[in-house]
Each structure stands twice: as structure tokens, then as C-alpha cells.
Design a protein around this ligand. Sequence first.
Ligand SMILES: NC(=O)c1ccc[n+]([C@@H]2O[C@H](COP(=O)([O-])OP(=O)(O)OC[C@H]3O[C@@H](n4cnc5c(N)ncnc54)[C@H](O)[C@@H]3O)[C@@H](O)[C@H]2O)c1
Length: 247
Amino acid sequence: MSLLNDKVAVVTGAGRGIGRAVAIAYAKMGANVVCVSRTEENASRVATEIEALGQKAWAFAVDVSDTSAVEASAKSILEATGKLDILVNNAGITRDNLLMRMSEEEWDTVLNTNLKGAFNFTKAFTRTFMKQRSGRIINIASVIGLVGNAGQSNYAASKAALLGFTKSVAKELAPRGITANAIAPGFIETDMTAVLDEKVRGSIIDRVPMARFGSPEDIANAAIFLAMESTNYMTGQILTVDGGMVM
Ligand SMILES: NC(=O)c1ccc[n+]([C@@H]2O[C@H](COP(=O)([O-])OP(=O)(O)OC[C@H]3O[C@@H](n4cnc5c(N)ncnc54)[C@H](O)[C@@H]3O)[C@@H](O)[C@H]2O)c1
């Protein structure tokens, strides 16, 4: 299947976890992929995996929260690829703490990465999308942005704001044929959730009708759907992929 033949995608946080799964799934569907990660090493490793699939890949090390670094790298990305069809804002972090104990640094780091990072990358490519009169923006949010979670007020705020951002961008860019949608994953097996102890994992699984965590590939499949030519009338939506946890 080549649902994304010759499309160019930028995936942030592509070095591991969900971002890596999206980057590889896109390549398997025929896309050429720009892997953005904090470290050159992780970005290059995934880019090499993509080249082994016969697709073009580029590796860029950039901190998504650094506005001027993102602007500079967006320029370099476009020089390298010549166009951009799909942007996946996936880079994200957690710094969990109860509100009473949460530091300003924990709040700022999470908001700057999860929310400002998406703003930085989306803004950097908006002119390109508008000129092309096409483009797909896919923001990786979280079910926590829909329902909240004790100990994650910073993370929940960043993800809920990302949903508001997605809907506003969708309204602004729709007249140019550009879509913006969000995916809200439930609990997915990645390094982010590997830190949870068995007791916490058990209590989460008790709340998931499918009684298991999802895989990064489950999210990648939703990201393919939102990037396909045939979903071009769907914008401003939140696709929840969580084994039925939030409905
Ligand atoms: N794993 C889950 O259960 C889950 C659930 C809901 C949403 N999400 C979201 O999915 C996304 C990916 O999460 P994951 O589970 O794959 O996490 P992960 O920690 O395995 O991977 C996150 C990736 O983002 C990159 N990253 C983090 N900060 C960055 C920055 N400032 N600049 C550039 N890259 C940066 C990391 O280097 C890493 O490659 C995140 O936005 C996360 O909030 C994850």
C-alpha cells in the first residue's frame, strides 16, 4: 500500500516511541520523512531505518521549544525537501508532581515543549502550507487533556491547550485546504510510561475496557488516517485512540 506516496512529512520527537512509529509507518506508506529529535543520534538512527525501507529521510536535532532554532531548522528542512505535506507535532514530555509541590520549572518545561513546541513548528510551516494550498497538521495530544489527571496539571493543561490550538488553526487554515487534527492517545507502551510502577499500571488497565496499554503502532495507524488524501474533509477533530478508556 502506498497511501502516502511521495509525500514529505516532518515528525517531531521522532527518535523513539510514538514519533518513531509514526515516522516508520509513514515511510512504509511511501512518504519521505524528516526526523526531528532533541539529539542528532536518535534522529539519525530512525532516519537510517527509513532509508533501509527505500525512502528518503533527513535527521534534524532541534529543541522544539526553542523558537529561533525551530525557525532556522524549518528553513533548512524546506531547502532539503523542497516541500512539506504533513507535519506531526509529537514531541512531548511529562514532569509529574502534585500542584502543591510543582515547581515553576516543571510547569514551564512541560508547557514550552508540549504546547509552544507545536506552535513553533506549525507557525514555521504555515506560509509553506498556505502557498501550496494543501497540508496536514497532526498534533499528538492525550486523553489526559480531555479528562485531567492528579499529579499532571502541567501536562493536562498543555494537552488541553493543544486541542484548542488545533481547532483554532483548523478554522484559520481550512479555506486554503489545510487540515489540522489531533490524536488523543490513551496509555501507550513507550519510555514515557515505562516509568510507571506495577501498581499504577494495574490501576490504569482496570480503567481500560480493552484491558491493555496500546502500542506506538496503534497511534501511527491513526496518524496515517489523518494524513491520507481521502480524509481531506476532516478538520478540527480529536481522534481518541485509547482502548475505550475515555468515551
Ligand atoms: N506514551 C503514552 O502513553 C502517551 C499517551 C498520550 C500522549 N502521549 C504523547 O505522545 C507523544 C510522544 O510520547 P512518547 O510516549 O513516544 O514519549 P517518549 O518519551 O518515548 O518520546 C518523546 C520524544 O519526544 C522528544 N522530545 C521531547 N522533548 C523534546 C524537545 N524539547 N525537542 C525535541 N524533541 C523532544 C524526545 O527526545 C523523544 O524522542 C508526546 O507528546 C506524549 O505526550 C503519549
